[in-house]
Design a protein around this ligand. Structure first.
Ligand SMILES: Nc1ncnc2c1ncn2[C@@H]1O[C@H](COP(=O)(O)OP(=O)(O)O)[C@@H](O)[C@H]1O
Ligand SMILES: [Mg+2]
Length: 375
């Protein structure tokens, strides 16, 4: 495509909502904005000569658009994420039509940082929000606003009262400024009941020390919420088992543990998933000189060694590399360019080991079929 001028779509609703830096998920309005935002508009794909023909102002607009697009990439459907969402859907749906007094499901996604837990949790919550509003309307039969999802992010040293306050804060409840932990909880229960909430998402649960007095209080409170509130609780965090989430026999019986694995290349199925992820990712990139197979064929081993299968490190690497390719005008990702991009410490620590394995021919990141096709 050759365009002489490019103008970013500043009036596009997705541009306007997602460009808001202060979009916060701690309040229901922020969550609804996030959940209902349309996909961020993709900048036009341009050829190298198309780019050259742009005025400096238009080139700057195009680059800004590409930067924003890269920052707002829709999550890519990985096999791991799809499996997790399927499990979460089973647990949620099993509770949806039960009477309110029957205890609903609890699930805990426990995995290392950077594997996409928050991303998957939020995209599941987004779907629950939109599905239930579509099915039952924006208002309940009693005329209250429907809020299918409550989201609470934990911070260091969260007490029972802080947690209850956070639920009220999500609803911007006027009674969140004074009261006891118990009165906060009963106000939150009123909100959840009248707004017909069906999912409570508790992110970063690792901040909670279950093996402390506060931890026990909070564990007891989660049981109360599971018993009294008409909703599924989804905990997200890492090291939850080691931190004592399952020490309580009742929680151990009630919570379904789920995980989110890194990409692995130990078997053909894993390599095929890795490749199909890279193929999806390269389609998303807006670079004038990219080619099919740029990531999946030419950079597969390098990318695996760099990120050791961790999606968070990989996305950081790719985004930084794209920004550099845009700035320098290289407009494609090459091995030379990739090696100049710095990455997190954990990924760096593992890189040499993976490079040795891959270079020694002991291992490959590519499935046989694609290796054959290229040969
Ligand atoms: N399915 C996905 N598609 C694209 N990017 C992803 C995906 N999952 C995670 N990421 C990216 O990886 C990074 C880490 O993900 P995050 O959900 O914050 O991990 P966690 O909560 O497990 O620490 C984020 O920048 C996110 O955008
Ligand atoms: Mg997270």
């Amino acid at each position: 495509m050759i365009l002489s001028e490019v103008q970013v779509p500043r009036e596009d609703p997705a541009w306007r909502t997602l460009a808001l830096d202060d979009l916060t998920l701690t309040r229901k309005e922020g969550f609804a904005t996030f959940a209902e935002a349309p996909d961020f508009p993709r900048p036009p794909d341009m050829t190298r000569s198309g780019l050259k023909a742009l005025s400096p102002e238009a080139k700057a607009e195009h680059d800004l658009w590409r930067r924003r697009f890269l920052a707002n990439l829709r999550p890519i459907k990985t096999a791991q994420a799809s499996q997790l969402v399927a499990d979460l859907t089973d647990i949620l749906q099993a509770g949806l039509d039960q009477p309110n007094w029957e205890a609903k499901g609890m699930a805990a996604v426990d995995a290392f940082p950077g594997l996409g837990k928050t991303t998957v949790g939020l995209s599941f919550a987004k779907r629950v929000h939109n599905d239930l509003i579509r099915e039952h309307g924006r208002f309940t039969a009693a005329g209250h606003e429907r809020w299918p999802v409550i989201r609470v992010g934990m911070m260091g040293d969260t007490t029972v009262k802080d947690f209850n306050w956070a639920m009220l804060e999500f609803f911007a409840h006027s009674g969140r400024n004074s009261g006891t932990a118990n009165s906060f909880l009963s106000r939150a229960l009123d909100c959840a009941l009248s707004c017909e909430s069906r999912l409570l998402l508790v992110d970063d649960l690792q901040f909670l020390r279950f093996r402390s007095i506060r931890g026990t209080e909070l564990a007891n409170q989660f049981k109360t919420i599971a018993n009294e509130f008409p909703l599924m609780i989804l905990f997200i965090g890492h090291g939850l088992k080691d931190k004592g989430l399952y020490d309580d026999p009742q929680l151990e019986r009630r919570v379904t543990p789920l995980d989110l694995d890194p990409f692995t290349i130990d078997d053909e199925a894993g390599r095929t998933q890795w490749r199909s992820f890279l193929l999806s990712l390269e389609q998303r990139l807006v670079l004038a000189d990219k080619h099919p197979g740029m990531l999946a064929d030419d950079l597969s081993d390098h990318l695996y060694a760099r990120c050791n299968g961790h999606i968070g490190s990989l996305m950081t690497l790719i985004k930084r590399a794209c920004l550099r390719a845009i700035r320098t005008g290289e407009e494609r990702l090459t091995l030379e360019l990739m090696t100049t991009i710095k990455l997190d410490r954990a990924a760096q620590d593992q890189q040499a080991r993976w490079e040795a394995l891959l270079a020694g021919g002991k291992n490959t990141s590519k499935p046989k079929r694609s290796a054959r096709r290229r040969a």
